[in-house]
Design a binder for this molecule. Structure first.
Ligand code: CP
Length: 330
């Protein structure tokens, strides 16, 4: 899986600042490549905040296909908005009405999208590795919008951008990633991105939801929520992913909340200026209390959504530069 992601695109005597054809994960990206994408995203924030004329036509004439085999609100809509703001022709594949329901394989679906001359494809799928499978079969850049428990790279990028803007830096920050780490592609991509950017990352989870040997990813595991929160600069809560749980990972949502729900009392253990994050969708009253999620001084949750559009515009722009013949990238 590493090889196609990390193959450099020749560029004069060196490589591009983002020498990858696809964005299938944070795994395999160098710290400066992550920083490059964050820097690129910054330019789109002002355009997105304009009251009118939110358009830049650099992707005019290109066809973006969003193929989401799992439900989504934030990721699907922000990729659609990002593509349209950049002038692309955006097509959202209606998976429920597609021939996937008749048993068409993922590879046949990929070959079909390729034959329609898509210029960039965004995929969400419930199987880890499905996005790489499609990337290996098509002629255009593929972006991972979340595959199983594996990765959700644009979520990690928008989270890193949110943290960098709120805190001014990422290196050295104490960042606690809390909750259902076992089932979370968001956690995995964030661990890869934030450790690459030199944050001090802790993961906090019940023993049943803590991946084995997680410390090998360069993080410090805690099963005691209060101990893990001590002095944290960023508290990133994760959704309890009951749809990915076949058995009894937690006794009940109420007991989970009692031990691992973020309440104002628990948040008081973090740094006084700690920010609270959540990728959404939230289970209010389970992993996070509404009074915390809606605290405008502490919560960065809506800012995360805003940064999602900017990050996805940056990724679509950067990954299509070679095919658009942008000087120095073609
Ligand atoms: N954070 C996230 O992936 O949200 P959606 O499932 O709504 O896209």
């Amino acid at each position: 899986m590493l090889e196609p992601q990390t193959r450099p695109i020749p560029h004069g005597h060196g490589v591009h600042p983002f020498p990858h054809r696809h964005l299938t994960g944070i795994f395999g990206l160098q710290p400066w490549e992550i920083t490059f994408l964050l820097d690129e995203a910054e330019q789109w924030i002002a355009l997105n905040r304009a009251s009118a004329a939110k358009h830049d036509n650099r992707l005019a004439g290109l066809t973006l296909i969003n193929a989401f085999f799992e439900n989504s609100t934030r990721t699907l809509l922000s990729f659609e908005i990002a593509g349209k703001r950049l002038g692309a022709d955006v097509v959202n594949m209606a998976v429920a009405q597609s021939s996937v329901s008749k048993g068409e394989t993922l590879i046949d679906t990929a070959v079909t999208l390729n034959a329609m001359r898509a210029d960039v494809i965004v995929i969400r799928h419930d199987a880890s590795g499905a996005v790489q499978l499609i990337a290996d079969k098509v002629d255009c850049p593929v972006l991972n919008a979340g595959d199983g428990r594996h990765e959700h790279p644009t979520q990690a990028l928008l989270d890193a951008l949110t943290i960098r803007r709120r805190k001014g830096q990422i290196a050295g920050l104490k960042i606690a990633i809390c909750g259902d780490v076992l089932h979370s592609r968001v956690a995995r991509s964030n661990i890869l991105a934030l450790t690459a950017l030199a944050a001090d990352v802790r993961v906090i989870a019940p023993p049943t939801l803590m991946p084995a040997a997680i410390e090998r990813m360069g993080v410090t595991p805690f099963t005691d929520f209060d101990a893990g929160l001590d002095g944290a600069d960023v508290v990133m809560m994760l959704r309890l992913q009951r749809e990915r749980m076949a058995g009894g990972f937690v006794p009940s949502p109420r007991e989970y909340h009692a031990l691992y729900g973020l309440t104002p009392e628990r948040l008081a253990r973090a740094a006084p200026d700690a920010i609270v994050m959540h990728p959404g969708p939230m289970n209010r009253g389970v992993e996070i209390d509404s009074v915390v999620a809606d605290d405008v001084k502490r919560s960065a949750i809506t800012e995360q959504v805003e940064m999602g559009v900017a990050v996805r515009m940056a990724c679509l722009d950067v990954l299509t530069r070679a095919q658009r013949g942008v000087e120095g990238w073609a």
